[in-house]
Ligand binder design. Structure first.
Ligand code: ADP
Ligand code: MG
Length: 430
């Protein structure tokens, strides 16, 4: 075990940038290695969040390489920081922290919040379906899961089914292939509350739309509640059949806008309080002023400085915040970096940042990765090798392959062409 650890450190020193290595890799320790299960320990919760979001894949692939096994990697926090004891009830399939209590309201989101609460009190009633739409990182998933938890708290017997539209599609494909359509339909038929996240992903997928249309009708007729999120107003989702869009508008459609300054501050303060940290006003102000249209990004910024300070035992000051947040803030000054582009592409496809940098060959990850590489070449001055090194250590020919692939796809596939254009617009606008 010690040898493995030493080899890992040696290799990481080369694979990671020196500052990343010093700050994020060195503090890690090995705890257990048995039957391909590897447990690493990290200093605290922020650290763990940050690693999972940013370095998980890279670390995992280094261990796979060293052991020539498929390592099942997990992280533990050294001594669990004492969290408030709470005896809340959570739906087992939903993320615990996405509750109404943790949702801060302000003018930008209070209509969506009120509508969500109204639905909890009247399942399958007037607001069916409820459709919530907004840009990414503004709380759709949080709200839809909050509804799930709350309904579950009121009645444990209500069958709640949450899924992302992509998962609906993938499961459908599997069931078609293995002739399990009957089970597929039974599963959805039994839902009392159907929560569908990011419906825009079924755009252009005809079979999936057909099946979803049937599922929708069946549940609707049985007066079961359906809640849908989307990144656009229904009428503006391209390549979704009109009959489906019409149905989305049968109930209530609400949007979430980017939060106002005061709401952003409140969200940051609340998040800090959750971690029992006293967040100085000037730092909250700095983050809220500079990151204003994506709450996830704002939280990421906060986590990063909290993790950094807890590790280095540095005092949380504005200067520290400024020096740690250059990646997050640069975007504003129109300097596109490989990191910015990776982040924006990952957000766009709703995949993990670490997946973009990984070697995974799954199509839903590989295509976004090719696109990210293509866009990095287009918008930064980085060389092929530099780009490759930031995508988990690829060589220049692999990078070139991605660029050629996307160039070809853009010519052949109208969907991809549009997607790349959309992301391009986001990059040049931001
Ligand atoms: P979306 O699904 O719209 O992309 P998410 O629901 O995933 O966005 O939200 C992104 C992050 O921001 C999550 O961590 C979520 O908890 C947080 N968040 C969003 N809105 C709020 C809010 N009003 N109050 C507190 N946290 C929020
Ligand atoms: Mg979401």
């Amino acid at each position: 075990m010690e040898t493995l650890w030493k080899k890992f450190l040696d290799l990481s020193r080369i694979r990671f940038e020196p500052s990343a290595f010093e700050t994020w890799i060195k503090p890690i320790n090995i705890k257990k290695y048995e039957n391909n299960n590897l447990v690493l320990v990290v200093p605290n919760d922020f650290f763990k969040d940050w690693i999972l979001e940013n370095y998980y894949e890279q670390i995992n692939s280094i261990f796979n390489e060293l052991t020539e096994q498929n390592i099942n990697l997990s992280f533990e926090v050294i001594k669990k920081e004492k969290k408030e004891e709470h005896h809340e009830i959570f739906h087992p399939k939903l993320i615990n922290k996405y509750t109404f209590e943790n949702f801060i309201t302000g003018p930008s989101n209070e209509f969506a919040y009120a509508a969500s609460q109204a639905v909890v009190n009247n399942i399958g009633g007037l607001y069916n379906p409820l459709l919530i739409y907004s840009n990414v990182g503004l709380g759709k998933t949080h709200l839809i899961m909050a509804i799930g938890h709350e309904v579950y708290r009121k009645d444990r017997n209500i069958n709640i089914l949450y899924f992302r539209a992509v998962d609906f599609m993938n499961e459908l494909i599997t069931c078609i292939r293995f002739q399990k359509m009957h089970e597929f339909r039974e599963k959805f038929k039994s839902a009392d509350l159907l929560l569908v996240d990011d419906i825009q992903f079924i755009a252009g997928k005809d079979t999936t739309q057909e099946e979803f249309f049937n599922t929708f009708n069946m549940l609707y007729e049985m007066k079961k509640q359906i809640i849908i999120t989307s990144d656009k107003f229904p009428k503006q989702i391209p390549n979704i059949e009109d009959r489906l869009k019409n149905r989305f508008e049968w109930g209530l459609t609400v949007d979430i806008q980017p939060p106002e300054y005061e709401t952003r501050i409140a969200i940051l303060k609340n998040k800090a309080k959750y971690h029992k940290i006293d967040l100085p006003d000037d730092i909250a102000d700095y983050i809220a002023e500079n990151i204003n249209n994506n709450i996830r990004e704002m939280e990421g910024a906060l986590i990063k400085i909290l993790a950094y300070c807890s590790l280095t035992k540095k005092k949380l000051t504005l200067d520290v915040a400024k020096s740690q947040l250059t990646d997050f803030i640069q975007k504003k000054n129109n300097v596109l970096t490989v990191e910015n582009i990776q982040k924006i592409v990952a957000d766009y496809f709703q995949i993990k940042l670490s997946d973009i940098k990984s070697q995974k060959k799954l199509k839903n990850i590989a295509i976004p990765r090719h696109i990210a590489i293509y866009l990095c070449r287009k918008h930064t001055n980085s060389s092929l090798n530099e780009i490759g090194s930031k995508f988990g250590g690829k060589d220049h020919s692999t990078v070139l392959h991605s660029i050629n692939k996307v160039t070809k796809l853009i010519e052949e596939n109208i969907e991809i062409k549009k997607t790349v254009e959309n992301i391009n617009n986001m990059l040049t606008k931001s």
